[in-house]
Design a protein around this ligand. Structure first.
Ligand SMILES: *Cc1c(COP(=O)(O)O)cnc(C)c1O
Length: 381
């Protein structure tokens, strides 16, 4: 029987259960214990965030951003339409008006050249999404934010261990550039804890309040540091922190971050280098801007149209290979389409119809990738 190649399979390093056992045996299984602190310090030291707070999801980290920035009814937030629901939802829940930006023609990320025309007196935030872990042009976005006094929240859900390359060749980790950033450890991401996320804070003005919002609007963190002698309700907030069980799981993954990244990038490169664009006919390779690195989060192909994509997905399915399409533009979604009053977003809609994602996960072998490639080549020939 032919082997089935799934689209994704969460990687288990083997140490997760060991650390969870340790957390349980220690008697501290609620949040903000030893493993939460280990993970947070790891992120701060390795990626240069001023403060890192684990959250129960990236969705939650984005909701914290909307609270921290005091987003209110009438505020405008610029986000790409080609993204996951949570990018918009966090701000919609605060009553914000979402101003959807189109994708670039060469890449699904938001078109940096078209942001300025969307800015009004009510604009408060720009939310770039680093699709597939490939950086947006952060220099351009930060320049705009400075010019109009806006905040930047990076949706770095897919962006762990990926970088923006400055003009002088130095690199800045995704999530370390905007005022705030959110990461995901959902089981479909490079590093996972089933469900999980991280708020990265780069603007120090937000640190103290973030700790309060994180722990149900209380100043519990200050209390445990001995800075106040009792703690109580001081602000808005929610229960955004994960338990130590989740943090212990995540710690096992972080210990193997380099190994995981090396393998994923190897698989990504195997896909990417198997084609020259001329082999591909009705399909093209992802384009990686010169200022962006690849973190092996996702490998996709861009089909000429929806029919080609359906054909490719069906062909792979017959060969027991599971490939999937990706986002439906948010401005055309059932929840939003009647509320949307902006322009047509041609590139977002194009990517909604054109992208096919191929299997890419740690336990996939180079041989498996070669089999997928062989089948894709049969289709495009
Ligand atoms: C996965 C993802 C999210 C949501 O992450 P959760 O941890 O599942 O809440 C948000 N934005 C983008 C771009 C994502 O890929």
């Amino acid at each position: 029987m032919e082997q089935i190649i799934p689209f994704n399979k969460p990687h288990i390093t083997g140490k997760e259960v060991h650390y969870i056992y340790d957390a349980v045996a220690s008697g501290h299984i609620s949040g903000n214990g030893k493993y939460t602190k280990l993970c947070q310090s790891f992120f701060e030291e390795r990626f240069g965030f001023k403060r890192a707070l684990l959250t129960t999801s990236c969705t939650d980290a984005l909701e914290m951003c909307a609270l921290l920035l005091d987003i209110k009814a009438g505020d405008e937030v610029i986000i790409p339409s080609y993204t996951f629901v949570s990018t918009a939802l966090a701000f919609v829940r605060q009553g914000a008006k979402i101003v959807f930006a189109d994708s670039r023609s060469d890449h699904p990320g938001m078109d940096e050249e078209r942001i300025e025309e969307l800015i009004t007196a009510k604009t408060k935030v720009i939310v770039p999404v680093h699709y597939a872990g490939v950086s947006c042009d952060m220099a351009k976005i930060m320049t705009l934010a400075n010019k109009y006094n806006l905040f930047v929240v990076e949706d770095a859900a897919q962006g762990i261990d990926s970088y923006y390359i400055n003009t002088d060749g130095t690199k800045a980790a995704l999530g370390s550039i905007g005022h705030l950033a959110a990461f995901s450890f959902h089981e479909t991401k490079n590093i996972q804890s089933g469900e999980g996320g991280l708020l990265a804070i780069n603007d120090e003005r937000f640190i103290k309040r973030a700790e309060i919002i994180w722990e149900k609007g209380t100043n519990r963190a200050e209390f445990f540091r001995g800075e106040v002698n009792k703690y109580g309700w001081v602000d808005t907030g929610s229960s955004f922190l994960p338990s130590e069980v989740t943090a212990a799981f995540l710690w096992a993954q972080l210990e193997e971050l380099d190994l995981i990244q090396e393998k994923r990038i190897l698989l990504w490169n195997t896909y990417f280098s198997a084609f020259t664009n001329s082999d591909l006919r009705e399909v093209r390779l992802p384009s990686i801007p010169h200022y962006a690195t690849v973190n092996g989060h996702m490998f996709y192909l861009v089909c000429n149209n929806e029919e080609v994509r359906s054909g490719l997905i069906s062909k792979l399915k017959r060969d027991t290979i599971h490939s999937v399409f990706h986002y439906l533009s948010l401005h055309s979604s059932p929840y939003y389409k009647d509320k949307y009053i902006g322009k047509e977003l041609v590139n977002s809609d194009k990517y909604s119809q054109a992208i096919v994602r191929l299997p890419l996960f740690f336990d996939l072998s180079v041989m498996d990738v070669e089999l997928v490639l062989k089948k894709v080549k049969e289709f495009v020939k």
